[in-house]
Design a protein around this ligand. Structure first.
Ligand SMILES: [Zn+2]
Ligand SMILES: [Zn+2]
Length: 369
């Protein structure tokens, strides 16, 4: 394969730091584009994936890439070199879900996003003689360059703030999408958001945009509670409070109408369902243990709904331009949650995400290298 040499942050196992090495990246084929990265967000899923990768297998993670198109494959005609793009998750474009405009439920989602290879089974990355786990979420953007299918990239205006917008491709799309398209609170609604990382904060921002009557943020970190108030929460509660259930009930005058869980914590999810007002809905997106118990009799008696979603149910080609408009209008105040780190400081960025010091670390790439 014809290749480009570039630098990528390789992870080798679950415990070691990322190490930046020169790798060989395939040039874009057919429907692919090559993107020179300007910014990439670090998402919880990157850390989960690192923890799951088989020992000794080098991997390039990263799935909130934003950059400038550096080359296009022979079949790409609607994107040109120099265009700014945000890269989102990958989908096949051919299955029933993709055809129906729901690429988040692509029947080949796992193959397209977490198999380590392209959908046709070929690898995009090598490190010396070794094949690297690549094509993570169709991109592997913890690198100076990434190849991705044209359909995973959304073109944005030249001069866009790619650092603030990098996480629109995953975290923000997930949190804002769940509020805007699934829960859809209105000015009579009482919304509660459990877990105030990047996804939870995006949900708070979107609920504030829709003018929900009450927006309650719950987290164990005092600094995150403070930030939630800056981005639109009307109230905050300490998630570590053993009396949290009573506090929620009192604050929301009988329970929230809409709840959103990003923690994946079984006790939090159970409590979130239980606390809902009659007819209320809980959406869960946090990945934790697969088995979680909820009180089904309470769901029945209260006519409550619990449902999951991935990537906010979104079609990135529709959702990302919408998020860009909201951002321009000031409804997504990302500067409150984005923390910039140089690509070379990826391990500091990860530590800061793990410790909770940073809400949304974004790696930036200095030019000319
Ligand atoms: Zn599909
Ligand atoms: Zn993500």
């Amino acid at each position: 394969m014809s290749c480009l040499k570039t630098d990528a942050a390789l992870s080798f196992d679950t415990v070691s730091d990322f190490r930046i090495h020169e790798v060989e990246l395939s040039l874009p084929q057919g429907d692919e584009i090559l993107v020179e990265m300007k910014a990439v967000g670090i998402c919880h899923t990157d850390l989960v994936a690192r923890a799951m990768s088989p020992a000794g297998t080098p991997a390039v993670l990263g799935h909130e890439g934003a950059g400038v198109v550096a080359a296009v494959g022979a079949d790409v005609h609607d994107v040109a070199v120099g265009d700014c793009v945000l890269i989102s998750f990958a989908s096949c474009g051919l299955c029933d879900s993709c055809a129906a405009g729901s690429p988040a439920y692509c029947t080949r989602f796992a193959e397209a996003n977490v198999s380590g290879r392209r959908l046709d089974g070929s690898a995009t990355l090598r490190h010396g003689a070794e094949v690297v786990f690549g094509s993570f979420f169709g991109q592997s953007s913890f690198a100076r360059h990434a190849v991705t299918a044209r359909r995973n990239a959304v073109v944005v205006a030249p001069g866009s703030d790619l650092v603030e917008m990098a996480s629109f491709g995953c975290g923000v799309q997930t949190g804002a999408g769940a509020i805007l398209d699934i829960l859809r609170p209105d000015p009579t609604s009482r919304v509660i958001v459990y877990g105030l990382g990047g996804v939870g904060m995006a949900a708070v921002m979107a609920a504030s945009y829709l003018g929900a009557r009450q927006i309650v943020g719950v987290d164990m970190s005092p600094s995150r509670l403070e930030t939630a108030l800056e981005v639109g929460a009307t109230h905050v509660l300490d998630g570590g409070d053993p009396e949290i259930a009573n506090a929620v009930d009192e604050l929301t005058d009988g329970g929230p109408t809409h709840a959103f869980d990003t923690t994946g914590n079984p006790a939090v999810i159970r409590g979130a369902a239980r606390s809902l007002r009659r007819g209320g809905t809980l959406v869960v997106v946090g990945t934790g243990p697969a088995d979680v118990s909820v009180d089904v009799q309470d769901l029945i008696a209260g006519g409550k709904t619990v449902r999951g979603c991935i990537e906010g149910d979104a079609d990135p080609q529709v959702m990302i331009p919408r998020l860009v408009r909201l951002h321009q209008e000031g409804h997504l105040p990302m500067h409150h949650i984005v923390h910039r780190f140089d690509f070379g400081d990826i391990n500091d960025a990860v530590s800061s995400a793990v410790s909770g010091a940073s809400i949304k670390p974004v790696l930036t790439f200095s030019t000319g290298q």
